[in-house]
Design a protein. Structure first.
Length: 602
C-alpha cells in the first residue's frame, strides 16, 4: 500500500509505520532508562545510610536487644504452631510472656523469615531494617512521582525523608523497629491512597491490603495518630480533584470500601485483643509511663537544633539526650511554605493551594503538641497519653514537610528548586556519613537469643497483674508437687515433652495433691489430664501467677497447651481467615473477570 502526495513524493505506509514504532520504542526506552538510573542511584544512596547494617552484629541502642529477643521468640512461636503468634515461649525466665498480644507483628514476622534464611538473629533484624529503609526511599520516590511526574524531584524528596533526624534516630539510637516499619511503610500507604482511581485493577487489589495490613501492624499507637491525618488529606485531595471532575465514581468508591473492610477483617485479630485485654497487664493498672509524659516535652530550641547523641531515655540531663530536632531541611520548607502562602494570600485568595495549607497546619499543630504549653491538651485527651513520649510526634513534621514540598516544587522557580536540591543532597551526605552509624555493636550466640531469659520489655509492663516474679524465682524447676500437708517436693516427670507452648508428661503421685508448673498463666492455657480438661488455679499463695492444678493419686497423663481456643481471640482469628479468603476471591475475580471470554480458532 502506498500514499501519493501532490508533489509525487511516494512513501510506503509500512515505512511510516516502522518509523513511528521505532520512535515510540526509543522514547519509551529512553524514559525507562532514566527511571531505572534514578532509582538505581537512589537505592545506592539509601544503602549508604544502611551500610553498617550488613553485619552479624547488632547496634548498641536503647531497645534493639529487646526486639531481637522478641524476634527469636516470634520465630519459636511460629515453629511451635502458634498462628498467629500470641505467646513468647521463652521470655520471662522461661515462664513465658503474652508479648505478641500487645505488641506489633510486622517487624518480627519479616525478621523471622530472614532468620529462617540466615540463621542469625542479628543479621535478620539488620536486614529487616535495611529493607524498610529502602522501602521508605522508594515509597517517597513513587509518591512524589505520581504527583509531579518529575523524577529529579522524586529523587530529592526521597533523600530528604531518609535523612530526617528522627528517621535515623530510630535506627541508630533508639533501635525502635516498630517505628522504623511504620515510617518505611507510610509512604506506600499514601501512594496507594493517592492512586485510588486504579482501585479496580488487579495489582491495586493485590498491593493495597498487603501494604495497609503491614502498616497497621507496624506500630499501632502511631497508626492511630496518623489515620485522622491521612483521612483529612484524602478529603482535601477529593475537594481539589472535584474541580477537574476526577472524583471517585460510585463503583470505585464501593471497591475501595470493600478493600478497607477486607483489611479491617485481616487485622482485627491483633487490634481488638490489644485493646480488650489491656486491663489484664501491669501497663494498664499502673498507668505505665503516662504519669511521666509531662517530663518528656522538648524545648523549642531542641526542636530547631540539638546535637546527635546516643543517650536520652535514662539520663535526661543536657549531656545525656539524643537529638530531638525536626531537621534543617524540614524547617526550611516550613519557612518557604509559610512565606509562599502569605504572599499568595495577599495576591489572590482563589489560588491558594488547600493541600499546602493543610500540611502547613499539620506541621504547626504537631510542633505545638510537642511543647509543654500543650500539657492541658494532653491531660484532656487521655488517648493521646498512650503515645507516652510527646517527641514521638517528630515524624509528623517530617511527613508534612515532604508533602508541602510536593505542592511547592511545581510553582517554585528553577533556581530555587536547584538550591533546595543542593541543600538536601549536602545535608543527606552529611548525616549519612556522620549520623548513620552506631556508637558500638554487640553479638550473642544463637542459643542466648532463643533462650533469652528477660521479659523483652522495658519495665515488665506486659506482665499479667496476678504474676509475682520475685515469688516464683525461688522455685525454679519445671514441676513441683504440693500434698495436702503442704509438703513441697520436686517432680521428675515421665516421657517429658516441653516447649514454650506445649507440655506433655506422665505423673504417678502416691497421694492427692497439687502440681505447680513453671509456666505463667494467661487466658488461653489449658490443662488436660487423662484426656479431660481440668481447672487451672493461678492465684496460689507463694506461686502467684503460675499454672497449678490438682491431681488424684495414680497414673496421670498430663497435657498443658497454649492456644486461642476457648477465648474471644479464636473468633477473631476466624474473622482474619475470612478476610484473607474474601481478598483472594476479589483478587481472582479481578484477574479473571466473568466478562472475559475464551476464543478458540480452528
Amino acid at each position: 500500500m502506498k500514499i501519493i502526495f501532490q508533489n509525487n513524493l511516494t512513501i510506503r505506509l509500512t515505512d511510516v509505520t516502522y518509523q513511528m514504532i521505532m520512535t515510540i520504542i526509543m522514547a519509551k526506552l529512553s524514559q525507562l532508562m532514566k527511571t531505572w538510573w534514578s532509582l538505581l542511584l537512589l537505592i545506592i544512596m539509601v544503602l549508604f545510610v544502611a551500610r553498617t547494617l550488613f553485619s552479624n552484629n547488632l547496634a548498641v541502642t536503647h531497645d534493639l536487644e529487646i526486639h531481637a529477643a522478641r524476634t527469636a521468640n516470634y520465630y519459636l512461636a511460629l515453629k511451635q504452631g502458634q498462628i498467629p503468634p500470641r505467646w513468647a515461649p521463652n521470655l520471662n525466665y522461661g515462664f513465658g510472656y503474652p508479648t505478641f498480644i500487645f505488641s506489633y507483628h510486622t517487624p518480627y514476622l519479616v525478621a523471622s523469615i530472614f532468620f529462617v534464611i540466615t540463621n542469625s538473629i542479628e543479621l535478620s533484624v539488620n536486614l529487616f531494617t535495611t529493607l524498610l529503609v529502602v522501602l521508605a526511599g522508594l515509597g517517597v520516590y513513587f509518591l512524589v512521582y505520581v504527583s509531579t511526574q518529575n523524577r529529579f524531584q522524586s529523587f530529592v524528596l526521597a533523600l530528604s525523608y531518609i535523612s530526617a533526624p528522627y528517621f535515623l534516630l530510630n535506627i541508630f539510637v533508639r533501635g525502635a523497629v516498630g517505628e522504623i516499619a511504620f515510617l518505611g511503610l507510610l509512604p506506600w500507604v499514601m501512594l496507594l491512597l493517592r492512586v485510588r482511581k486504579q482501585v479496580k485493577t488487579w495489582w491495586y487489589i493485590f498491593l493495597f491490603p498487603i501494604f495497609l495490613v503491614a502498616w497497621l501492624l507496624s506500630h499501632q499507637v502511631l497508626v492511630m495518630i496518623t489515620l485522622p491525618i491521612l483521612l483529612g488529606w484524602v478529603v482535601i485531595e477529593e475537594l481539589n480533584l472535584s474541580k477537574k471532575q476526577q472524583r471517585l465514581e460510585k463503583h470505585e468508591l464501593k471497591m475501595l470500601l470493600v478493600l478497607f473492610g477486607i483489611v479491617f477483617a485481616m487485622v482485627i485479630w491483633s487490634w481488638l485483643p490489644m485493646l480488650l485485654e489491656k486491663n489484664l497487664i501491669v501497663a494498664n493498672q499502673l498507668n505505665y509511663m503516662k504519669t511521666s509524659y509531662d517530663e518528656q516535652f522538648p524545648a523549642l530550641a531542641r526542636l530547631i537544633w540539638s546535637n546527635w547523641q546516643y543517650s536520652g531515655l535514662v539520663d535526661r540531663s543536657e549531656n545525656g539526650q539524643f537529638t530531638q530536632m525536626v531537621g534543617v531541611f524540614q524547617w526550611l520548607i516550613f519557612g518557604i511554605s509559610a512565606f509562599f502562602l502569605l504572599s499568595k494570600w495577599m495576591v489572590k485568595k482563589s489560588e491558594i493551594n488547600l493541600k499546602l495549607i493543610y500540611w502547613l497546619l499539620i506541621f504547626i499543630i504537631s510542633l505545638l503538641l510537642m511543647l509543654d504549653l500543650s500539657l492541658p491538651i494532653w491531660k484532656l485527651l487521655a488517648p493521646l497519653q498512650n503515645l507516652q513520649l510527646p517527641w514521638r510526634l517528630l515524624f509528623i513534621p517530617v511527613l508534612a514537610s515532604t508533602m508541602m514540598l510536593i505542592e511547592l516544587f511545581p510553582v517554585l522557580k528553577n533556581k530555587v528548586q536547584y538550591l533546595l536540591s543542593i541543600v538536601i543532597v549536602i545535608w543527606y551526605l552529611y548525616v549519612a556519613a556522620f549520623w548513620a552509624r552506631p556508637v558500638a555493636t554487640f553479638h550473642k550466640p544463637i542459643e542466648q537469643w532463643l533462650e533469652y531469659h528477660l521479659s523483652g520489655d522495658s519495665f515488665g509492663e506486659l506482665r499479667p497483674i496476678w504474676f509475682e516474679l520475685g515469688e516464683n524465682l525461688r522455685d525454679f524447676k519445671q514441676l513441683y508437687f504440693l500434698d495436702n500437708q503442704q509438703n513441697l517436693t520436686q517432680i521428675e516427670p515421665i516421657n517429658l515433652t516441653w516447649t514454650g507452648t506445649h507440655m506433655s508428661y506422665n505423673l504417678d503421685p502416691v497421694v492427692e495433691g497439687r502440681v505447680i508448673q513453671k509456666t505463667l498463666y494467661y487466658p488461653g492455657w489449658r490443662v488436660i489430664i487423662n484426656d479431660l480438661p481440668v481447672e487451672i488455679d493461678y492465684q496460689l499463695n507463694d506461686w502467684s501467677g503460675r499454672i497449678t492444678y490438682t491431681v488424684a493419686n495414680g497414673p496421670q497423663k498430663v497435657e498443658v497447651v497454649f492456644s486461642d481456643r476457648g477465648t474471644s481471640r479464636e473468633f477473631l482469628n476466624y474473622i482474619g481467615i475470612f478476610g484473607i479468603g474474601i481478598w483472594l476471591l476479589v483478587l481472582f475475580k479481578s484477574i479473571y473477570p466473568k466478562s472475559r471470554k475464551l476464543h478458540y480458532t480452528m
